[in-house]
Ligand binder design. Structure first.
Ligand code: HEM
Length: 533
């Protein structure tokens, strides 16, 4: 009886203590909120979750939510993740300081330090997540040197065309010139196969695997073992992408202190160890080949990176070499960065580009006119580097689609020191989001901003659009893959529209997107009709 009373008492006591702590927490949260320095307008936050619930009203689509907030609060506003403030900037002049390429910029870091990335070993290595300015600068410089060298770009242009022809064969083989299919299933695979070929001179077989999964009368012409082996590697890469999300957003206590978390963490870490091991073996093979042959090597990106700053460097003259070569681990992490940054971005944008072109027949007509003029009317003529430079309207179409439907709706920066932006004081360590969508649709920068008009990119002085068109971010962290991305996209759009006339499954078909760190297109139903005009 006494025990029962005691347990009842302690239960209600616990409830009381919990209620008191909660009330104190809420009071403290709003006290700090209302006395905060330099308040900006913004949605009202809730304790613990901040503005997460408002974001959920937009189905997690942070780009759309940003545009909604901009309309309501102006070009600079604040939101909360828990107690932490995030300041949004949605006008080019407000983002200018963040987009400065100066080595002394206050805006090197992209976000807060993340213990998950530390655990994965990415915080001081590679490019995208690297927080160490010295190793980041070195890796990025070598990467940029290799990716922009003519030794790489010429074969890259060939690889894109070879892979496209392969995909085209599969689509026709499955009758998709007449039957509708989900193009969004195919295009990331095209980019995966392309990037594997460009970076390692290896075939990832993801197109072949998808084709074979439809039980065609004749399987793709690759040995089964090669397809199976690549499949294991590609699955491991994909698992690594999921690991990035898991390590970034799952609190350490759940990751490492709960049975479920520990199992998952171990699974992801084992996968990363396996993946790094495979990559290091490939890199060592490349190094051996580089050192033991005097013949010209096929310049895939890994070969170029492995040779950089050695006597076999193909990207610079030996007298300019002053730095050490990259380590195997650095090259392996660069490869992971390239696949993280270079597959989903471009492939998702291609879906939006096809949709916009199909929906605007006058744009399609002008695009075709340019393609026929520059490339001629032979639909299988090889596209050269010189041709690509002449495809100005094609490039303007790609830019205009990206302006209206950016794959990355915002980029973030964390100032090291206090600063003043647009007259508003910000503190070092306060997170800033540059709203790419907000700037790219701002009426101050763009006439009739919602109208689809590729000509605006032909008419504008290119230097004036630096901060007004942050498709590839900007400043120190500007995307180093932008030239390659543009090359790939121009070739693919040219190869599609000079020979085919994609038709939406129904006149009302629209691409379907989900925000997953980038805007991912998961459905675009169309028929790959042959061009008849
Ligand atoms: C349409 C295609 C692409 C888009 C829209 C895109 C966009 C971006 C954006 C917005 C950023 C962040 C920039 C910033 O924070 O200011 C970025 C960074 C990056 N991108 Fe891209 N990207 C594309 C293609 C590629 C490709 C093809 C590669 C590699 C082959 C690549 C590699 C990277 C890397 C390594 C970074 C990190 C740079 C750093 O932290 O210093 N991207 N990209």
């Amino acid at each position: 009886m006494i025990l029962e009373t005691l347990s009842l008492f302690s239960f209600w006591n616990a409830v009381n203590v919990f209620c008191i702590i909660s009330i104190l927490y809420v009071v403290n949260f709003y006290f700090l909120y209302f006395i905060r320095q330099n308040p900006l307008p913004g949605p009202f936050p809730l304790p613990l979750v901040g503005n997460l619930f408002q974001l959920l009203l937009f189905a997690g689509d942070i780009g759309k939510w940003g545009l909604h907030c901009q309309e309501k609060y102006g070009d600079i506003w604040e939101t909360y993740v828990g107690n932490a403030k995030i300041i949004w900037l949605a006008r080019a002049d407000l983002a200018e300081k963040l987009m400065s390429p100066s080595r002394d910029s206050n805006y090197f870091h992209r976000t807060w330090e993340n213990c998950g990335f530390n655990e994965l070993g990415f915080s001081a290595s590679g490019i995208i997540f690297n927080r160490n300015k010295t190793t980041w600068a070195f890796n990025r410089k070598m990467f940029a040197q290799a990716i922009t060298s003519s030794k790489f770009t010429t074969p890259a242009i060939e690889w894109v065309q070879t892979m496209f022809v392969e995909m085209e064969g599969y689509l026709l083989g499955l009758g998709y010139d007449e039957k509708e299919f989900n193009f969004a299933d195919w295009i990331p695979r095209l980019f995966t196969d392309m990037l594997f070929a460009m970076t390692m001179d290896k075939y990832a077989c993801t197109l072949a695997t998808l084709y074979n999964s439809h039980n065609p009368p004749k399987l793709a012409p690759y040995p089964e073992e090669a397809v199976a082996e690549s499949d294991i590697f590609v699955k491991s890469m994909r698992k690594q992408f999921h690991a990035l999300k898991y390590f970034r957003f799952t609190p350490e206590i759940i990751r490492n202190k709960t049975p479920f978390g520990r199992k998952k963490t171990k699974d992801y870490l084992d996968n990363l160890v396996w993946l790094r091991g495979v990559l290091i073996n490939i890199i060592r093979e490349k190094r051996e080949k580089i050192m033991n042959t005097d013949e010209a090597l096929r310049p895939d990106l890994m070969t170029l990176l492995a040779a950089v700053n050695t006597s076999k460097d193909m990207t610079q003259k030996s007298e300019s070499i002053v730095e050490p070569p990259l380590t195997d681990e650095e090259i392996g992490n660069c490869f992971i960065d390239i696949t993280s940054g270079g597959i989903d971005t471009s492939s998702n944008l291609i879906c939006s580009i096809i949709y916009c072109i199909v929906k605007h027949p006058e744009v399609k007509k002008r695009l075709r006119f340019e393609l026929d003029t520059v490339l001629g009317t032979d639909p299988v003529r090889i596209i050269s580097h010189e041709d690509l430079n002449k495809l100005e309207y094609t490039e303007a179409v790609i830019q205009e689609v990206s302006r209206l439907h950016p794959v990355t709706p915002f980029v973030s920066r964390l100032p090291d020191k206090d600063d003043v932006i647009g007259g508003y004081p910000i503190k070092g360590g306060e997170l800033l989001f540059v709203s790419v969508s907000g700037i790219q649709l701002h009426p101050k920068h763009w006439h009739n901003p919602k109208e689809f008009n590729p000509d605006r990119f032909l008419e504008r002085d290119r230097s004036s659009i630096k901060c007004e068109f942050p498709m590839f971010g900007g400043g120190l962290r500007l995307c180093p893959g932008r030239q390659l991305a543009m090359t790939e996209m121009k070739i693919i759009i040219a190869m599609i529209f000079r020979k085919y006339d994609p038709e939406l499954a129904t006149p009302d078909t629209t691409p379907k997107y989900k925000y997953e760190g980038i805007n991912r297109c998961y459905e675009l139903m169309l028929r790959f009709k042959k061009r008849i005009d």
